[in-house]
Design a protein around this ligand. Structure first.
Ligand SMILES: Cc1ncc(COP(=O)(O)O)c(C=O)c1O
Length: 398
């Protein structure tokens, strides 16, 4: 059968990212590739207890169909989580999604016609790039520095593309760079977007995992007219296999969002929503986040120390204050897909920078994940990468 696919389906089956992750899945390979949390930190026993309670108390309810907007008790608990993040919201503003990835997809479906402009940080989250491309978007990147998206450049772009459909940003411990946007730039971004009447999609799966620096409120905190759509998730603070995230948005936007959500999957898994809600009653989530943050802080510091020891002296790397990623630039290395091949020969993996750029690819760049590997793996893996970088640099000389 010859299927007549829509434009959403990529023309060829080349999926560079999947190939990279496949190569990294070899058990001999130390992988800094995926954005995976540490499985040893998953609260398995507590989840099991919560699940037992849910089956005992609500067995017949949780196995039934439910509302597309999500379980109201869990949404109320999210109102409390949002209060801690300095965002005051009402129940109508909160919806449960099947991972924040689903919200990214549904928002793109709601706002993008082929050829529409989306403004993002450059580099940005690769699965968001894939989603926006699948709706035929024209992705326009804004350059970044250590303070996050350069809002002066954003201001110029917004003038050039006044019809842009939305600005997509990850202000905290950005994927892939690990960088955090300053408060000054957050306020400025919200103002630029408001003046230009362009909505902002604020993607914040990592914000709760802060181990250094001072807390900076989300863009949503500075939003007075409902232009900021805020997304977050239980994936990084509890477990990604739950597929449980949330959206906070203006009520009129939420009404339409929920209609599309219903088309997509009727509702997020009811059983899991109840289990997460029960878990939040039983367990001190703040303490749990503190515990995982502590481990990630240690791993991030260790990785930075090893980079400074084994990578060339002129290396540039981000110094994340939280989250799971370090962004590295090694001058002279060129295409980091070549470095990737050398690293695989030495049984270590990462994600080349090319996967994350909507615009021009910056040579010598790549993303390292530190949350999923233990101390020995970080020490040995960075040493192997240092060796691979030296091989590439000496090849490039000739
Ligand atoms: C920036 C960003 N947004 C969204 C997601 C998707 O998260 P979820 O598991 O909630 O779908 C990820 C996952 O890595 C991410 O890094």
């Amino acid at each position: 059968m010859k299927f007549r696919y829509t434009k959403s389906v990529p023309k060829n089956n080349d999926n560079a990212t999947a190939e990279i992750l496949k190569a990294a899945a070899n058990p001999k390979v130390i992988s800094f590739g995926g954005g995976l949390p540490a499985p040893e930190l998953f609260p398995v026993e507590e989840m099991k207890t919560a699940a037992d309670k849910v089956f005992d108390k609500y067995g017949k309810v949780v196995l039934q169909y439910s509302e597309a907007i999500g379980y109201s008790k869990l949404r109320k608990q999210i109102i409390d989580l949002m209060k801690e993040r300095k965002v005051e919201v009402k129940l109508d503003n909160v919806g449960i999604v099947t991972g924040s990835q689903q919200a990214i997809d549904l928002i793109a479906r709601m706002l993008l016609n082929p050829g529409d402009v989306v403004i993002t940080e450059d580099p940005t989250y690769l699965a968001a790039i894939d989603v926006f491309n699948s709706y035929g978007a024209n992705i326009v990147g804004v350059s970044m520095d250590d303070d996050g998206m350069k809002t002066d450049d954003l201001e110029k772009l917004v003038k050039k593309y006044p019809e842009a459909k939305f600005i997509y940003t990850i202000p905290n411990f950005q994927n892939p760079t690990g960088r955090t946007m300053t408060e000054y730039r957050r306020k400025k971004l919200v103002k630029i977007a408001k003046d230009a009447e362009i909505p902002v999609v604020e993607d914040d799966p990592y914000g709760a995992i802060r181990y250094a620096g001072n807390y900076v409120p989300p863009l949503k905190h500075f939003d007075r007219d409902g232009g900021v759509i805020y997304l977050s998730s239980f994936s990084k603070i509890l477990a990604p296999g739950l597929r449980m995230g949330w959206i906070v948005a203006d009520k009129s936007f939420m009404n339409k969002f929920v209609m599309l959500k219903q088309n997509a999957d009727l509702h997020t898994d009811n059983l899991t929503q109840y289990i997460v809600s029960q878990f939040l009653i039983d367990v001190d989530i703040k303490k749990h986040i503190k515990d995982i943050t502590h481990v990630y802080e240690h791993r991030a510091n260790l990785m930075v120390k090893q980079i400074d020891k084994y990578f060339p002296q002129n290396v540039n790397h981000s110094n994340p204050e939280g989250g799971m990623f370090i962004w590295v630039e090694v001058p002279g290395v060129g295409d980091t897909n070549e470095l990737f091949k050398a690293c695989i020969r030495n049984n270590v993996a990462f994600v080349p920078g090319s996967s994350f750029f909507a615009g021009d690819i910056k040579p010598g760049t790549f993303r390292l994940n530190f949350s999923n590997m233990n101390d020995d793996q970080i020490k040995e893996g960075i040493k192997r990468m240092g060796k691979s970088i030296a091989e590439i640099l000496s090849d490039n000389k000739y």
